[in-house]
Ligand binder design. Structure first.
Ligand SMILES: [Fe+2]
Ligand SMILES: [Fe+2]
Length: 296
């Protein structure tokens, strides 16, 4: 692959005269963003395979959405610690974050486990963090939740404005987890924040979309990064129970499925100086033709 250099849009560059600094190789930070971890199969994918993806893609910073880690509903302190131990720096979440209420107290002290920032003021825990990677710099992570086809909370757009401005005082590298049901709301957030943040990554719908791209302002975008969990299921739930819900239109017990584990993620490469993304690559492992079952 040819060496990447920062594009020269100055008058010197346009005239073909290159200012030395512009020709210097880009210094990038590589970020792995892992989609919603569901149950034991998803946890197993993290403990068994995360390290190899980190090495392969020379990853500096790992974010994962953990809202479904505890059998599909919420997350526990034990699981959060297991994820941190496996190399995840920041855990984001969404509407399921409150399902295991024992997590509330832990969230008040663990600043790297996030809940959506636009929950009403005074909710447990925090919705954004600035992570200090030492020599490699600082990365801001903001967790937001959509309002379309979800319960109404505060405005994620105005909330993003507030948090982006606050984080920009310390770093240009900002990653958004946009946890939302409606594709349109996620796309809208991508355009709203284009040029202001490094990436807007959609979560929650558990199906990986094929629309990853770098928007014109330098913001990496994907509507949904996908589920890290059991695919012999209906978005992570046992098929038999999920089918009853649809076929008989009656409630059915939610149980996380157990087999055909896969890892869904994206790798971002971000210009350390400007905070703009230079690439976004989708990961889905293993492909549908291969089945693996993990133990967490
Ligand atoms: Fe989820
Ligand atoms: Fe969700």
């Amino acid at each position: 692959m040819p060496e990447r250099v920062r594009p020269d849009s100055s008058i010197f560059g346009l005239l073909g005269l290159y200012f030395p600094k512009k020709g210097m190789p880009l210094e990038t930070l590589n970020v792995l963003f892992v989609g919603d971890i569901v149950g034991n199969p998803g946890t197993g994918m993290i403990t068994n395979f995360l390290k190899s993806f980190v090495e392969k893609h020379k990853v500096d910073f790992v974010i994962a959405n953990g809202e479904n880690a505890a059998d599909g509903k919420g997350i526990t302190e034990k699981l959060a610690q297991k994820f941190f131990g496996a190399g995840i720096h920041v855990i984001t979440s969404g509407n399921h974050i409150w399902d295991k209420f024992q997590i509330h107290e832990y969230m008040m002290q663990e600043k790297n486990l996030l809940r959506p920032l636009n929950f009403p003021k005074g909710s447990f825990g925090s919705g954004y963090v600035i992570y200090d990677l030492g020599q490699k710099g600082k990365v801001g992570v903001i967790n937001l939740q959509g309002r379309t086809f979800m319960y109404p909370i505060d405005d994620p757009f105005r909330t993003a404005d507030w948090a982006v401005e606050k984080i920009k005082a310390e770093t240009n590298l900002i990653i958004i987890d946009m946890h939302a049901e409606a594709t349109a709301e996620k796309v809208a957030m991508g355009w709203y924040l284009d040029g202001k943040v490094s990436a807007v990554i959609g979560t929650h719908s558990h199906i990986q979309t094929a629309d990853e791209r770098i928007l014109p302002g330098g913001t990496a975008y994907i509507t949904d990064v996908g589920m890290t969990g059991p695919y012999d299921s209906v978005i992570g739930m046992k098929k038999e129970n999920a089918l009853k819900r649809f076929v008989y239109a009656t409630p059915s017990r939610y149980e996380a499925a157990e087999s055909d584990a896969k890892l869904a993620a994206v790798v971002l490469s971000i210009d350390k100086e400007t905070g703009k993304s230079v690439s976004i690559e989708r990961i889905f492992y293993p492909p549908f033709e291969q089945t693996i079952n993990t133990k967490s």
